[in-house]
Ligand binder design. Structure first.
Ligand code: HEM
Length: 390
């Protein structure tokens, strides 16, 4: 009788087991490779969802890089909605504009304003208040009539409101927001925006008003050169150079206010009515034609806005610095000056020290019986009876 034979020998079983283990191992390895491959493909798909092709195949098999380069370059496409600006998918110039606006423009504006305040404080400490050398006489002369003062204060009050609300737009989020919190800051800034937008019209009207009334007195003359060469009498207290109604320093303030003011009003207009103007392209073309520069003469509506915003800020901050110096001289810096724009009348000794040629002109007018600054309510010219003040 044959002995029992197991269906498989031990050796065969071990071999079969080994084959199975190998098979299992190779399966694991294969599946791991497959998973890894799948993961890589998924990653690739996430970073490059279209597989390098434009979705929808509308442009054929062009590379992503070329397409996005064009998009980043600000290529203007076509859209079927009224807002043509929407045809520009990525407006890369906006990055540059924002970096400049929140970087150098904001920084240098802050430095400039602090510097001018520090200089004025230093000047005050060194020079003190400019006094009337001969002291006040108690007799007055009409320096500015009511319509002149009305024009001045229209420009001045509107400018101060525009400056405060404008500076809040530039710096408020860094200076005021952390102090008052977002709710109050939002309300203040919203109110400020309305004040800024509407008061700008009063400023523009005031500019035209003072231009009409004061331009005849602000034409530069040789007297202004001599005044400037003597330092305007600002440095040495006893020096009082000749001056008519406005001295050279005041003429500079006048022209900066008018020209700078017009420039700020025009760039502000471009911001108030966006995408409706092309004044920067035209200005650049003009400048290129006159001095041969190569400024860009073709600007997109968005670039026009960016130039308008940058210019509006730079010019406004420059004017704020100039006007801070003006306010100092017109109030704290010089004894007797504020009355010129307050009551409209100044002491005759003050007038002779700072505007001697103007006083002489008015005396000649009065002597000739013409309307003059010595009319009712002012000091009498030499030889005439004093008219009592109102
Ligand atoms: C509280 C603020 C201000 C004060 C106290 C003030 C004071 C004065 C005074 C006293 C004068 C007459 C000077 C004289 O008799 O010779 C004057 C003139 C003038 N002011 Fe103002 N002012 C102020 C704000 C402004 C502002 C904000 C502007 C323009 C944005 C401005 C523009 C002018 C101009 C163009 C003149 C004529 C030229 C000159 O005298 O410099 N003022 N101001």
């Amino acid at each position: 009788m044959r002995a029992f034979q197991p269906p498989i020998t031990l050796k065969a079983a071990i071999a079969a087991f080994a084959v199975m283990v190998l098979f299992a191992l190779s399966l694991t390895a294969a599946s791991q490779t497959a998973f890894a491959q799948q993961g890589a493909e998924q990653n690739a798909l996430q970073s490059n969802p279209t597989g390098g092709e434009v979705p929808g195949q509308s442009l054929g098999a062009s590379s992503d890089a070329d397409m996005w380069r064009a998009v980043r370059g600000g290529v203007q496409g076509t859209v079927s909605i009224p807002d043509e600006q929407a045809g520009v998918l990525v407006q890369s110039g906006g990055d540059i504009w924002r970096a400049i606006r929140n970087g150098p423009i904001s920084n240098y504006s802050a430095y400039a304003i602090f510097a001018i305040i520090a200089l004025l404080a230093l000047f005050f400490l060194m020079r003190g208040r400019m006094r009337v050398s001969k002291g006040m006489s108690g007799r007055t002369i009409t320096r500015f009539r009511y319509y002149e003062r009305m024009g001045h204060w229209t420009v001045a009050i509107s400018f101060i409101l525009l400056s405060l609300t404008g500076l809040n737009i530039l710096f408020g989020r860094y200076v005021i927001l952390p102090v008052v919190g977002p709710e109050i800051f939002a309300q203040v800034t919203l109110a400020g925006k309305f004040i800024h937008n509407y008061v700008a019209f009063a400023f523009a009207v005031g500019l035209v008003w003072i231009f009409i009334h004061w331009v005849p007195h602000n034409i530069p003359t040789l007297t202004d050169v001599k005044w400037a060469l003597k330092g305007g009498g600002i440095i040495v207290p006893s020096v009082h150079p000749d001056a008519y109604k406005f001295n050279a320093g005041q003429k500079v303030i006048f022209w900066l206010t008018i020209l700078g003011g017009v420039s700020v009003v025009m760039s502000g207009w471009a911001l108030l009515f966006p995408f409706t103007t092309s004044m920067f392209a035209k200005t650049f073309a003009f400048v290129n034609a006159v001095i041969g520069t190569s400024l860009p003469e073709t600007l997109t509506p968005m670039q026009e806005q960016q130039f308008a915003q940058a210019w509006h800020t730079i010019m406004s901050v420059f004017l704020i610095c100039v006007i801070l110096a003006h306010i100092y001289i017109g109030s704290l810096g010089m004894e007797g000056a504020f009355a010129a724009m307050g009551s409209g009348k100044v002491d005759i000794n003050w007038a002779r020290e700072h505007h001697n040629l103007w006083v002489e002109e008015e005396e000649r007018k009065a002597a000739a019986g013409r309307s003059s600054a010595f009319d009712k309510g002012s000091a009498a010219p030499p030889g005439a009876a004093q008219v009592p003040a109102e």
